[in-house]
Design a protein around this ligand. Structure first.
Ligand SMILES: Nc1ncnc2c1ncn2[C@@H]1O[C@H](COP(=O)(O)OP(=O)(O)O)[C@@H](O)[C@H]1O
Ligand SMILES: [Mg+2]
Length: 574
């Protein structure tokens, strides 16, 4: 349980918890003995004075015990909640540092379960241990001592009942424990289905897949319930069985004690106290069983959390600070996605992108265009060949300083809930209002933003649901521009714009972002005609490169694409 190191900063609370628990247990143990005196010496002897004095003492003890109990709960919460908070922070950080591929491996659903449910389990575990460990141990030993101090014969009772109880508990817990890990796994699955559907709610509706998806959800839900019930069935047997043992021993106590009382060797108060102690001892054993359950759950969760914490990011930065982004050189670069050996997505690409150049990458869907640029930002690493920036391997650079200089507008634009201005400012938190408006103007977004009811302060629904595809794309571009990147990558991010707007956008970027290296990914030749160079990707290979005129003259592939696109009527927009 390496995770317990997160409890260290809160050792003070963690220590106070069992200490105040000791107070509570002492109070609980003192009470029955006083009660027996109250009955034996007070009630039976009709001694009013004694009844009053013992009664007051009992009241005081109740009060003190209650105080200790309350502080114990407070301390336990302080320790366990803070522990959980730190642990969550660390697991979250770890989860965020994972590379794309590692996140896919864990699945987002599972990461969410780990961050929520598993951490809660760990918190329960810490709380239970801090409180129950001392309580059950002290109750157990204290109860036995107190009982023997009443009468040695009572010890026999425990000798009979305890082993049976412990045996039963052991058997049942042994069956239940392996199921806890299974419960967490099923919960992962449920969260996965749920997450996919909540995220893709629109698509599910559009494809009228509600029924199928609901079915999938129900299935995961039922499986989870089934496993939970299995655990419940097993554990459910425990408490009635223990109750029976407990009650049987009470009956035996009363019988044995009764005989003694009739023989005049014992008083009624003593039997009353013995019954309470007996219950306390057997109860403490039950508490241990509960503790074992939280240990089992805690262990299952701890393992899952440690997995996340121990995963080192597959892509780690070097120490070199990227002070500027100059030339980018691909040297015989080949690439396949991790786990897809033999399926090369990029094949032997050699290409140098000069600083300030305006490069287009053209190719059909699946040609490898997005993969190509993912290598530059090091979302993935090339599997063969070298990628150099300013003449140094990209892996030598500090990731943060490298990515800071690049702005990528991903193919799928993601917006956040918040105002339009917030969304643009997300690209650069220090941007002034003027800079935001300027970026919006370049991105051809100023006009439609101004027409919105509250202009730049208009709230956008989650994920930009209240905007059209083209509007989302332009906001995403503005967000990238406001970063003042040295390298701007537009991954198919003007596909939803009409050609006229797209043209204006290109002209504005070229004029306003002088010196910025620009990589534009597109499928339409019309979008990239004016770029300095156009690289044509075909099946992951570099089929041709050059400016529009040259390519038209020299590349058959390019001519084919050009022809097929002009034949379709030239203007196609999404
Ligand atoms: N995360 C991934 N894991 C495995 N294969 C992928 C992944 N992303 C893309 N691919 C595969 O790589 C190929 C190129 O994809 P991509 O670079 O996105 O093409 P483009 O952007 O040109 O449409 C496709 O065949 C696709 O199936
Ligand atoms: Mg793509």
């Amino acid at each position: 349980m390496k995770l317990l190191k997160f409890l260290r900063p809160y050792w003070f609370w963690a220590l106070l918890t069992p200490l105040s628990m000791i107070g509570e247990v002492i109070a609980d143990l003192a009470q029955p003995k006083l009660m027996s005196r109250l009955v034996n010496e007070g009630v039976l002897a009709a001694d009013q004075q004694l009844i009053l004095s013992i009664g007051l003492r009992m009241l005081l003890i109740v009060f003190l015990g209650g105080l200790a109990g309350t502080s114990c709960s407070v301390f336990a919460s302080l320790a366990s909640q803070n522990f959980a908070c730190d642990l969550r922070k660390e697991v979250f950080r770890s989860a965020m540092s994972l590379s794309f591929q590692q996140t896919d491996q864990f699945t987002t659903g599972s990461l969410i379960t780990r961050l929520t449910n598993d951490i809660t389990q760990m918190q329960h575990f810490v709380e239970q241990c801090l409180r129950m460990f001392v309580r059950s141990g002290m109750m157990f030993l204290g109860g036995i001592v107190m009982m023997l101090s009443l009468h040695s014969k009572f010890g026999l009772m425990l000798l009979g009942a305890l082993p049976i109880q412990i045996l039963l508990m052991g058997l049942i817990l042994k069956k239940a424990n392996p199921l806890y890990a299974k419960v967490q796994k099923r919960l992962d699955k449920l969260n996965n289905v749920m997450q996919e559907n909540v995220n893709g709610a629109r698509m599910v509706k559009a494809f009228v897949q509600e029924e199928r998806e609901t079915e999938r959800f129900n299935q995961a839900n039922e499986q989870l319930t089934e496993t939970n019930l299995k655990v419940a069935y097993i554990v459910a047997r425990l408490s009635p069985l223990l109750s029976i043992i407990m009650n049987l021993s009470v009956v035996a106590l009363i019988y044995l004690g009764g005989l003694e009382v009739m023989a005049g060797k014992m008083q009624i108060g003593t039997i009353m106290a013995a019954i309470t102690y007996n219950t306390q001892v057997l109860h403490s054993v039950m508490m241990v069983s509960m503790m074992f359950q939280s240990i089992a759950r805690g262990r299952a969760s701890a393992k899952r959390l440690t997995e996340v914490l121990n995963t080192t990011p597959a892509i780690e930065g070097g120490t070199l600070r990227a002070d500027s982004l100059g030339e980018i050189t691909f040297e015989n670069v080949s690439f396949h996605y991790p786990g897809f050996e033999g399926r090369e997505v990029l094949k032997n690409i050699s290409l140098t992108i000069k600083k300030g150049e305006n490069l287009a990458i053209l190719g059909a869907t699946g040609a490898g265009k997005s993969s190509f640029i993912h290598l530059i930002t090091r979302f993935y690493d090339a599997t063969e060949g070298r990628l150099l920036i300013n003449g140094r391997p990209v892996a030598e650079y500090d990731l943060h300083s490298l990515r800071e200089r690049v702005a990528v507008v991903l193919q799928k634009s993601e917006l956040f809930s918040g105002s339009v201005a917030d969304n643009i400012r997300w690209g650069n938190p220090d941007a002034t209002d003027e800079q935001i408006i300027r970026a919006a103007k370049i991105a051809q977004a100023h006009e439609f933003i101004s027409k919105m009811p509250e202009g730049y302060e208009t709230m956008i629904a989650e994920k930009g649901a209240s905007l059209s595809g083209g509007q989302k794309q332009r906001l995403s571009i503005a967000r990238a521009l406001v970063r003042k990147p040295e390298l701007l990558i537009l991954d198919d991010s003007t596909s939803a714009l009409d050609l006229a707007t797209e043209g204006k956008l290109r002209a504005a970027i070229q004029k306003e972002m002088e010196g910025t290296t620009l990589i534009t990914i597109a499928q339409r030749i019309a979008s990239v005609k004016e770029c300095d160079r156009i690289a044509v990707l075909e099946d992951g290979g570099l089929a041709a490169i050059g400016d529009h005129e040259t390519l038209l003259r020299e590349s058959a592939v390019y001519r084919d694409i050009d022809q097929s696109q002009t034949k379709e009527g030239g203007i196609q927009n999404g």
